[in-house]
Design a binder for this molecule. Structure first.
Ligand code: AMP
Length: 219
């Protein structure tokens, strides 16, 4: 099974993706998490990625595609979170899947109003343990104990790129490069959108339920 999570930064791709992965036993491949881990370990890839990530820009397609394909080679059941993010990445993924006889099951697009995105990302904290990767929101989805991950007990940290300036840049980048993927996957008959509005109290459980219904229908 191949599931793609689409959506602007801070729409909950990681949180909902995590729930789907648990239910269907999928590997959660989040390109942002991979880059952050490489940055923490100060690898060559990490240092290169940091130049772009710190400014809210995208890591170049050539670097990202090579990295993802290297990981996909070993996987059959996977949820892609944060990839593809550009049309060339989506084309490269299609080519790769055709070559390896694999098919995308569904592309789940999380649709959140911009005002909500800025609020959500400004108050987001993530687990510092890369093998956990849980994400919380100090206002809308706080952990049980402040600053501590409910799941693994590690300290929670703020992402460097979750500051208002970088978020605005990331939203611009989303509109320019990633939003066109909605039409791309609509044309392929794979797109399913879920509308989320935190003020109308859409919960993680509501969104997960809708995502599961989509997967059940398409698998
Ligand atoms: P995320 O955790 O998905 O919000 O990603 C954090 C940052 O990593 C993004 O703002 C980009 O700079 C970079 N990044 C993640 N995925 C990709 C991708 N598919 N293509 C290019 N850059 C990416």
């Amino acid at each position: 099974m191949y599931i793609i999570m689409l959506g602007a930064p801070g729409t909950g791709k990681g949180t909902i993706g995590n729930e789907i992965c648990k239910k269907y036993n999928l590997v959660h491949l989040a390109t942002g998490d991979i880059f952050r881990d490489e940055m923490k370990r100060k690898t060559e890839l990490g240092m290169k990625a940091e130049e772009y990530i710190s400014k809210g820009e995208l890591v170049p397609d050539s670097v990202t595609i090579k990295m993802v394909e290297g990981k996909l080679d070993k996987l059959d059941n996977v949820l892609l979170d944060g990839f593809p993010r550009t049309i060339p990445q989506a084309e490269a993924l299609n080519e790769y899947l055709n070559k390896t006889n694999k098919k995308i099951t569904a592309v789940i697009n999380l649709n959140v109003p911009d005002e909500d995105i800025i609020k959500r990302t400004s108050s987001r904290v993530i687990c510092s343990n890369k093998d956990c990767g849980a994400s919380y929101n100090t206002i809308f989805m706080p952990p049980k104990v402040e600053g501590i991950c409910d799941i693994c007990g590690s300290p929670l940290i703020k992402r460097k790129d979750d500051n208002p300036e970088t978020i605005k840049e990331r939203l611009q980048v989303y509109y320019k490069n990633t939003k066109p993927l909605i039409e791309f996957y609509e044309k392929m008959g794979l797109l399913e959108s879920i509308y989320i509005n935190i003020y109308s109290e859409t919960t993680k459980e509501d969104t997960t339920k809708k995502a599961v219904e989509i997967i059940e229908k398409r698998k």
